[in-house]
Design a protein around this ligand. Structure first.
Ligand code: TXA
Ligand code: MG
Length: 340
């Protein structure tokens, strides 16, 4: 992409070189970019996101050869996965290069690296000629942004430039695979599945069980239980229970938001009652993921008492979606009866 095709590119590069932040689109979600070799830029990044300093960030690159500037003792599996899936929604966890700062890694010996598949991101990374630390461009703990408007909603004027690359195609964050041990382990599931990677690696890929142990040992914020969360309490419900729950809550005078994918909760209720808002997403994982965060943000903006989400399918391509939804549901207080 030439600067003519994207006139804000030179300004973006100038800002980044000055240690400022630039939000940019990737195929997964929008990232908040900072020069990964500039301590002041990294400090600004953590402050703007409201993110704890010891939570590491992903470094985004333009070309596979740059891997060895950021990581060392790179296993063959990394090159194989990079060749197969980059640019794309995959982040590799590798042993960090000694020149990488603790600000990037949260003081850990690992570094997370990825080449995103979005023409604007790639053009920016090529023009910048270095690594960009880029967490999702939301405030810490909230829903990741999939449009420039979402970034502005969360961060406003704190970011001097938001590059507009339209809505993100993938819609949920990249799959993170840990290659620092003999066996590849998925630390954060995404649309790219263990099966996809097993096929090119010819060896099993495990999925880490999230929980306190993971949080403490590798401090993956995505592994914190309460994350990716709207303001309203969110509950996951089996399809069969959805209509009854909606009715009970409406009867109790609550305003209810429903996110479904094939089950539409009682059309009669929907027509007859105020206090109910519904969004129905497509029943295919890729299409569902693409619209998920925008739908959650929109429902949340209606300030319902609760967001009820129809439990997504258990098939392997839904693992990343299930992961994000269960984390969004985590802040709820313990159940007392049926109501939160
Ligand atoms: O799709 C994505 O990955 C997006 C786009 C912008 O690329 N980025 C993203 O970044 O989701 P963030 O910071 O919101 O989530 C990155 C995850 C966090 O859970 C972080 O802890 C983990 O990657 N991570 C980063 N560096 C790590 C490291 N050295 N060791 C372990 N986990 C790491
Ligand atoms: Mg994030």
């Amino acid at each position: 992409m030439s600067p003519d095709a994207f006139p804000q590119l030179p300004q973006a590069v100038t800002l980044l070189k000055q240690g400022q932040l630039v939000a940019f689109p990737t195929e997964t979600v929008y990232g908040l970019g900072a020069d990964a070799r500039n301590p002041e830029a990294l400090e600004r990044l953590y402050a703007t996101k409201g993110r704890p300093r010891n939570h590491p960030v992903i470094v985004h690159l333009a070309r596979v050869e740059q891997l060895s500037e950021w990581a060392q003792e790179i296993p063959e599996t990394a090159w194989v996965l990079a060749k197969a899936f980059w640019p794309g929604p995959l982040t590799l966890l590798l042993k960090r290069h000694p020149t990488v700062s603790d600000q990037v890694t949260g003081g850990q010996e690992t570094i997370a690296l990825r080449i995103p598949a979005h023409p604007v991101a790639l053009a920016l990374l090529e023009a910048f000629e270095g690594g960009l630390a880029a967490p999702s461009a939301n405030r810490f703990g909230r829903i990741s942004p999939t449009t420039p408007a979402h970034v502005y909603e969360d961060l406003g004027e704190a970011v001097p430039l938001i590059l507009d690359g339209g809505p993100c195609e993938v819609g949920i964050e990249s799959t993170i695979v840990d290659l620092t041990q003999p066996q590849a382990i998925i630390r954060r599931p995404g649309l790219l599945t263990a099966a996809d990677m097993e096929e090119v690696l010819g060896q099993p890929v495990q999925t880490a069980q999230p929980g306190p142990a993971v949080v403490e040992t590798v401090r993956t914020p995505g592994a914190l239980e309460s994350h990716y969360a709207p303001q309203a309490p969110l509950r996951l419900l089996m399809s069969a229970d959805l209509s009854m729950e909606v009715t009970a809550r409406l009867t109790a005078g609550q305003s209810v938001a429903v996110l479904s994918h094939h089950h539409s909760p009682q059309t009669e209720i929907l027509q007859a009652t105020s206090g109910l808002i519904t969004v129905q997403l497509q029943p295919q994982a890729a299409a569902y993921a693409k619209d998920l965060y925008a739908a959650l943000r929109w429902l949340d903006a209606q300030h319902p008492d609760v967001i009820l989400v129809e439990d997504p399918p258990r098939d392997c391509e839904w693992v990343g979606i299930r992961d994000r939804l269960s984390r969004a549901a985590a802040p709820l207080p313990p159940k007392t009866g049926r109501m939160p």
